[in-house]
Design a protein around this ligand. Structure first.
Ligand code: LMR
Length: 353
């Protein structure tokens, strides 16, 4: 079996420890004790600053939902609570964002669900299973129901507070050739997120998974370090991956979404009324983001077609069936890692619609 390759997985532990030590002192952030205090400081500075980092472009479902959250919090707190958004991996990226959050160097993140397996929550990888969710409504029956809540509640074991789920959409495959059936993947190096399920899916198709940070993906595609990748079209388009990938095949093979998480120590230090304000703003922003996610991906596909740079391919029924058959063993192979009970509960939630 081909071994998964990890590129650029540089440890920034030392840097992060330094950052955590000074986290309360940078960026105008005041220490937790003052957060619980009354009102804004006399100089008009924000009483509470929330640094919210993510790795995608502002003009994506995630970028737009986080921006809506920022605006709502700012308006409703009359500027007393500031949300400073760092998109495009500008503050932290895939390699270090979780650790930065746990250390308090950033207050909130929205990592993809695929990124929770490696920090001790393999059940989140059920979202990566190929052809598991027939549509977005079935995803939401899991994320917006008691099962999703149970998943979020468990994050506290890693000092994270799970505040909600956010959709992007279904992923498609790109390369410098059409990928319409398993034989087309033979020998390709495909960039993946750090998820065992996704790596296993690529191997089942005959490709070699290469784990890379999102921020490094376009460059790696351009340099030929990897041959192809998978992502929802909004990510593909806003990263301008179409400029370095000749073909996009609409495989719609698996879901990509996010969990919004906060640092637990930060969250515990927020005064009750402010916490309610933040929660309400987030829940509204998530509803908005989940509402526009489909449309954003459709808009990106239209723009991609319009640009005429990348050829867009549809799969016919027989090709889709061959893809499904090729990746079917991934479910059984990863069931134990994900947890049988989680899988059965998710399957039941999907059926319940
Ligand atoms: C990826 O790494 O491909 C995605 O998780 C990026 C994102 O946050 O949508």
């Amino acid at each position: 079996m081909e071994k998964e390759t990890t590129v650029g997985n540089r440890s920034r532990r030392r840097v992060l420890h330094g950052l955590a030590a000074s986290a309360w002192a940078v960026g105008g952030v005041v220490p937790p004790a003052a957060w619980a205090g009354e009102g804004a400081p006399a100089d008009g500075a924000a009483a509470l600053t929330i640094r919210f980092a993510h790795v995608v472009a502002p003009d994506t479902p995630k970028g737009l939902a986080v921006e809506r959250f920022r605006q709502l919090v700012q308006q409703r707190s009359a500027g007393r609570i500031q949300v400073v958004v760092y998109p495009d991996g500008r503050l932290y990226g895939d390699h270090d964002e979780m650790q930065a959050l746990q250390l308090g160097a950033v207050e909130m993140l929205a990592p993809s669900l695929s990124k929770f397996g490696r920090i001790g929550f393999p059940e989140f990888e059920l979202f990566d299973l190929p052809y598991f969710f027939p549509d977005m409504a079935s995803v939401q029956r899991v994320t917006q129901g008691p099962l999703g809540q149970r998943m979020l509640d468990r994050l506290v074991r890693q000092r994270l507070v799970g505040l909600g789920f956010m959709d992007n959409g279904f992923k498609h495959m790109s390369a410098n050739r059409p990928l319409l059936e398993p034989a087309h993947f033979a020998g390709l190096r495909m960039r993946v997120q750090a998820s065992r399920v996704i790596a296993s899916q690529m191997r089942a198709l005959g490709a070699r998974p290469v784990t890379l940070a999102f921020s490094e993906t376009r460059r790696a595609l351009a340099a030929g370090v990897v041959d192809g990748t998978e992502n929802p079209i909004s990510n593909f388009w806003t990263q301008r991956m179409h400029e370095v990938q000749a073909d996009l095949s609409l495989t719609q093979h698996a879901y990509l979404g996010y969990a919004v998480v906060a640092n637990q120590r930060f969250w515990d230090g927020v005064a009750g009324a402010d916490r309610l304000l933040i929660e309400a703003a987030l829940s509204e922003a998530l509803a908005y983001g989940n509402d526009i996610a489909d449309a954003q991906n459709a808009k990106a596909l239209a723009a991609l077609r319009e640009s005429g740079v990348t050829r867009v391919h549809e799969l016919n029924v027989a090709q889709l069936e061959a893809m499904r058959r090729a990746v079917a063993p991934v479910h059984a192979a990863l069931a134990q890692r994900i947890g049988m009970q989680w899988l059965m509960d998710a399957a039941e939630a999907i059926r319940s619609g």
